[in-house]
Design a protein. Sequence first.
Length: 158
Amino acid sequence: MQSVDRASSMRAFRMDDRKQRLFIDRTLVPGTQVFGWEVANAAALDSLAARLEAAGVAVKREPTALSDQRCVTNLISFVDPAGNRLEAFHGAQIAGTTFKPGRDVSGFRTGPQGMGHTLLTFPDIDAALAFYKDLLGFRITGGWARRAYGRSIRSCCG
């Protein structure tokens, strides 16, 4: 990853043409995790917010200042059944400079799939599946992840 200059309370990192893919924010309560999911456009973000609200999930339409900090056009936040903070956004900003990895790599770029993987743990897998699969539209993946971890879900929100 390439470190990106940010405010003194925040570190951000790039791994492709995006302005940032990962951030560490010292102003967040210790132990807080934030996971971002990209949707196609403003209409898709509004549709997701409406679907969440119809299911009884509290949705916060975040201020422009937070969208700017996340380097996106628009942003909503909500919480999953395990209490993880989730953010859905559209309009990720593209950096004006070429990606320069922190160490030599040969040809790796994340492309449209972003970081590709994240690991979340849940005390109630059925509630997690209902939320991520049924409400958000994620898919169950096969292969090693299911064998190693019981059940794994992959994003397709958008």
